[in-house]
Structure formats: C-alpha cells, structure tokens
Design a protein around this ligand. Structure first.
Ligand SMILES: Cc1cc2nc3c(=O)[nH]c(=O)nc-3n(C[C@H](O)[C@H](O)[C@H](O)COP(=O)(O)O)c2cc1C
Length: 323
C-alpha cells in the first residue's frame, strides 16, 4: 500500500532510473529528472541539444518523450497509476512533464517493462523474413493511443523513401558542420557514458534503404551479417501539428512502438536523417501525401543473425536524477 509521499518519491525515482535506458538522438540523453514531494519532473537539458542536427529541438523533445513513456511503463507494470501533466507551464517550456501517482491499479505486467532493458538499436540489415502484419497492427494501435499516426510504407512509397534516405545521407556527408557534430558524439571522452561508439556502428553494406553512417573512420565495428533488409518494414510516425507537444507525443508513441516490437521479438532502428535534413523532410512530406508532419522513422525487422550487439553507454543516475 502507498502511504506517504516518501513511498511515492521512491517509486518515481525508480521509474526515472529505468528511463535512463531510453534511446536518444546520438545517445545525447538530453533529459533531467527531479523527484520532490510526490512529483517527478522531466526537463529538457538544452546543454545536450545538437545545434546543427537538431536546431529546433525536435529530436531532443522526441527523445525526452521516449524517456517519459519508459518511466510510465515502469510505474504501470508494478500497478501504480501515473497522472501526467505535459508541458504544464507555458512560461517554462523546458519543463516537459510532471508525473504524480493517483493510486494503485492491477499491474500491467512485466512484458513491456522487460523490453526496456532488452531493447537496443540494431543497425545491421534485417533478414528477408517478413514482419507479421499482426505486429504492425499492434504497433499502429499503440501509436494511435498516443495521438500519433503510423504510416506503414508499402511498395508504392518505397522508391520515394529510398530516394529520400539517399538524399539525406548525401547532404549530411557533404555538410562539414554536421560532420563536426557527428565526430563529437562518435568520439566521446572515456567514461562520458554517452554518444555512439564504433562497436555499435555498421559499415555501409548493400541494403534496401541506405542508413546514416556512424562509422566514418574505420576501426572496431559491428559486422553487418547476412541480411539485406528484405523483410524490413519502414514505419513513419507523424502528427497533424508540429509543436513541442506534438514532438513529445511522438516520442511517447515511438517508445510504445519500440517496446511492443522488442517484446514481439523484432529488432528496431530509428532513422531520422530523413526528418532532420530539410530537403529530405520535404520529400518525406510527399511520401506522406502531405497529410501531416513526420516525427520519427523506424526500420523494424526480424534479426538476420543472433544478437550480440554491445549495450550502449548511459550516464549514471546521479548525473540525471535530482532528489
Ligand atoms: C530521436 C532519435 C533519433 C535517432 N536517429 C537515429 C538515426 O538516424 N540513425 C541511427 O542509427 N540511430 C538513431 N537513433 C538511435 C540512437 O542512436 C540510439 O538510441 C542511441 O545511440 C542509444 O543506443 P541504443 O538505442 O542502442 O540504446 C535515434 C534515436 C532517437 C531517440
């Protein structure tokens, strides 16, 4: 039984700790949590915003939305009902959410909570085995529950999507400011607990849709394996608006889709260069038939090889949780 605010604080702190494993753009982990008097606050950490790749803070806010959803999944798994106030103070836009506990509910179970620890970005090409339609249907329901739409790119859209991804890759490759920012986050100081190490990067390899390279200068890397993405599905999460509230919702929806896919035995990797690069974003708008604003693109598939991807680094709880 929950009795006082110190019990609440302990549960909320546990949820913030679980959310440390959330994925984020370039593994920047651009969030800060604070627990006080039965309330958990989530803030954007602007010192970790990518000035070149993400000048508006869209991907920062999406990343924070994922972390928020991870925290909420952790609470409901154990049978606690969170109440969430999103962007509660218009005078303080970096305060993204306040979470409190409203009482106890039947536990949602461990399936999605366990997927938090299991999930990671797998950049290797997936196998030719198709993703079951039933799983995509479940992901669509989960995404729509967050007020976000899911476009499952079929054969009609694939050529446009391939062109969009290739264009994003070319533009990034020829943008010295982007390359400098990328190098900063792929060459982190020892013990930083963030960024992308070459050990989780995959060298360029033939595949249906090209992926951003996190492997500019050789050395240790993840072998691509036998797949060619033949059975991969490409899902675009989109919203009708394009404000921070939409980005936060897109993050929560991304987390819902990622955790469900992981719990269903699938691998997932985000590919957001198509959204970050303005010229590609405009092309993607056409892929979506101008219905709305793309916020996240996910490659989902059946892994082609046993999963021996190393776990990516995270900062410690003391660095991200106050109180
Ligand atoms: C908003 C967002 C955008 C991302 N964009 C890409 C991307 O374009 N390409 C990629 O390979 N990974 C992308 N990622 C995955 C991150 O690099 C990854 O989550 C991070 O390095 C931590 O690793 P993990 O997911 O294995 O825990 C993205 C993740 C998020 C949340």
């Amino acid at each position: 039984m929950l009795s006082d605010t110190s019990d609440h604080d302990e549960l909320l702190r546990g949820a913030a700790e679980a959310a440390i494993r959330a994925p984020s753009i370039f593994n920047t982990q651009p969030w800060r949590w604070a627990v006080r008097d039965g309330v958990l606050e989530l803030r954007a950490d602007r010192t970790r915003q990518l000035a070149v790749t993400d000048p508006e803070g869209r991907m920062l806010t999406v990343s924070c939305g994922i972390a928020l959803h991870h925290a909420l999944v952790t609470l409901t798994a154990d049978g606690y009902l969170p109440v969430v106030d999103r962007l509660p103070d218009s005078g303080d836009p970096d305060l993204l959410a306040r979470v409190a506990l409203a009482g106890e509910i039947p536990p949602a179970g461990a399936r999605l909570r366990d997927a938090i620890a299991e999930r990671h970005t797998d950049r290797r090409p997936f196998s030719d085995e198709p993703v079951p339609d039933a799983v995509v249907d479940r992901l669509r329901v989960d995404v729509e529950e967050q007020g976000v739409y899911l476009a499952d790119l079929g054969p009609r859209s694939m050529v446009r999507f391939q062109v969009t991804a290739a264009r994003a890759g070319e533009l990034d490759e020829n943008d010295p400011a982007f390359q400098t920012e990328l190098a900063e986050w792929t060459h982190r100081p020892a013990g930083a607990g963030d960024g992308i190490t070459p050990s989780v990067a995959v060298p360029a390899t033939p595949r249906t849709v090209p992926l951003r390279s996190f492997y500019p200068d050789g050395g240790e890397r993840l072998l691509p394996g036998p797949g060619h993405d033949g059975g991969a599905r490409y899902l675009v999460l989109w919203t009708t608006g394009d404000e921070p509230a939409d980005w936060l919702a897109a993050g929560e929806a991304t987390s819902a889709a990622m955790l469900e896919a992981t719990a269903s035995g699938l691998a997932v990797s985000p590919m957001t260069d198509v959204i970050e690069v303005p010229a590609s974003r405009a092309l993607l708008h056409r892929v979506l038939d101008h219905l709305g604003e793309a916020q996240m693109a996910l490659r989902v598939g059946v892994p082609a090889a046993p999963d021996d991807t190393p776990v990516s680094a995270r900062r410690g709880a003391a660095d991200v949780i106050e109180g």
